[in-house]
Design a protein around this ligand. Structure first.
Ligand code: PBG
Length: 338
């Protein structure tokens, strides 16, 4: 009889199944664990700014800094050393360089291209992903060119092709279209091949939703202040799931090597359905707003930030992700290394 409990309570129920047996100790939990995050699963998005020896914090993303090119090289070293396979670059374009058609996007000397060359020269083993979309370069903050209120599709796609080839020339290993224009993957694939970049991969933001969770990112690259209206005529409606499957199918058909779902945590169902319907490497982007929520709550002492970080990333793996773009990437990789 267990001391303190009445005899009738402490009697065995004669249960056949006791799921708790496999949870009784850490070794047992490790043995039966179905999904784990490893450093191989991580892609680190970083922000690039002009200047030298600059590390400028993003106030809405505690712990995240924007790097000048020289500092980005240092950060790239740090990522590679920690075991992160790839980083993704996002530029803060000087406002004076932004115009209605985003012409800085195809300037071979633009900030992203300079960062690519510098990082490739110093850290060649690190995968280099560049974002294709016009929003860092347009004066109106949209991902495409406009006529009146309309974001023009085919005109934008032609510019995206130039942008993609420009980035490939600078050393990008993976081109990642985040613009959500129709037909851009096929067009970019053809443009890359024509320019001799048959080995440059395409990771398409196949199902990218018009989300409130991009706010801090837009602070970081300086588009919150300039964005006119919203992106709902090209990014997906948060209510749709079937449509995400059609978007993914189309991008695979057009030649995407890898696809992405974005944002992450509110769209785990989409990741799961994509994984069950297709056999293509599938990634999620744990976006700036998701990062900000975890960090803000942690800083207030409302949640354990470290555990929330690991739990959120484990959730992506469980949903079926092959990898995750996350601002936590280097922190996690270092932690996993011990
Ligand atoms: C731009 C782009 C965005 C993000 C990645 N590429 C923002 C947007 O579409 O407005 C968001 C990333 C994040 O929030 O962390 N095409």
């Amino acid at each position: 009889m267990t001391k303190g409990l009445p005899a009738d309570i402490s009697e065995s129920l004669g249960l056949i199944h006791r799921p708790r047996r496999n949870r009784k100790s850490e070794w047992a939990r490790r043995l039966v664990r179905e999904n784990v995050v490893t450093s191989n699963d991580l892609i680190w998005p970083i922000f690039i700014i002009e200047g030298e020896k600059q590390r400028v914090p993003v106030p809405s993303m505690p712990g995240v800094e924007r790097y000048s090119v020289d500092e980005a090289v240092r950060a790239a070293h740090e990522a590679a050393e920690a075991g992160v396979p790839a980083i993704a670059l996002f530029p803060f374009t000087e406002p004076g360089l932004r115009d209605p058609v985003g012409s800085e996007a195809w300037n071979p000397g633009n900030l992203v291209c300079r960062a690519c060359r510098a990082i490739k020269a110093e850290v060649p083993e690190l995968g280099l992903i560049t974002d294709v979309a016009l929003d860092p370069y347009t004066s109106h903050g949209h991902d495409g060119v406009m006529r009146g209120e309309e974001i023009l599709n085919d005109e934008t796609v032609r510019i995206l092709c130039r942008q993609a080839v420009n980035q490939a020339h600078a050393g990008a290993d993976v081109i990642s279209p985040s613009d959500m224009m129709d037909g851009r993957v096929a067009a970019i694939r053809a443009a890359l091949d024509f320019a001799g970049f048959q080995q440059v991969q395409i990771m398409s933001y196949a199902a990218k939703y018009a989300s409130a969770f991009y706010g801090p990112f837009r602070d970081a690259i300086g588009t919150n202040a300039t964005l006119i209206g919203d992106k709902r005529t090209y990014q997906m409606d948060p209510g749709n799931a079937e449509e995400a499957l059609r978007e993914v199918a189309q991008d695979i058909e057009e030649g995407a090597d890898m696809i992405m779902v974005k944002p992450g945590m509110p769209y785990l169902d989409i990741i799961r359905r994509v994984k069950e319907n297709f056999t293509v490497p599938t990634f999620a982007y744990q976006v700036s707003g998701e990062y900000a929520m975890i960090m803000a709550a942690a800083q207030n002492g409302w949640i354990d930030g470290d555990r929330a970080m690991m739990e959120s990333l484990t959730g992506f793996k469980r949903a079926g992700c092959d990898g995750i773009l996350t601002y936590f990437a280097v922190t996690v990789a270092k932690r996993l290394k011990g």
